[in-house]
Design a protein around this ligand. Sequence first.
Ligand SMILES: [Zn+2]
Length: 182
Amino acid sequence: MQDQFPCPQCGNPLAKPCFVENILFEDNLQLTMDLLESRINTVICSLCKEKITFQAPLLVIDQKEKEMLALLPKASDEAETELHRVADEHNLRLQICRNYNELRAATFRWIDKRFTPVMSTLLSDEANRLTLEQKVTLVTTFFLRIYKASLDGFLPRVLHFESDGPPEQLDQIGRASCRERV
Ligand SMILES: [Zn+2]
């Protein structure tokens, strides 16, 4: 079959994945997490468990930050001109990345902006004054997925989080939230 390729490790024939081409950051929650946890456009060999990642072109858009990250593995003036045109048309700042690590690193500041204020609030005295409903609104599904990913070791342990609370307190809150919601 044309859409098959041999595993580079053991030669087992594998099916090429359907490449993801666009991700709306946070809105496409599953794809966002696949990207952050290095699972995007990836195949795992059923025989030898080798993980094969395809560096396929990919756009990641954060509508809140008005930014677009473009994974463009090979430099191409034509493609870059087109990307700038699309970014301008939609009023987005553009950053071009050459590989997934660069792309993931660029998304960490987006995570930070959503994650840090919530953690700061949860660790402050203010949290005690919030109703349950307010807490649930604060702790979004995305927040919990990010927290879980960091506990599971897929993301840097603590992003750029700064607070007066000790890390153990952070863990307690995160684990309790994960238990309740996930
Ligand atoms: Zn294999």
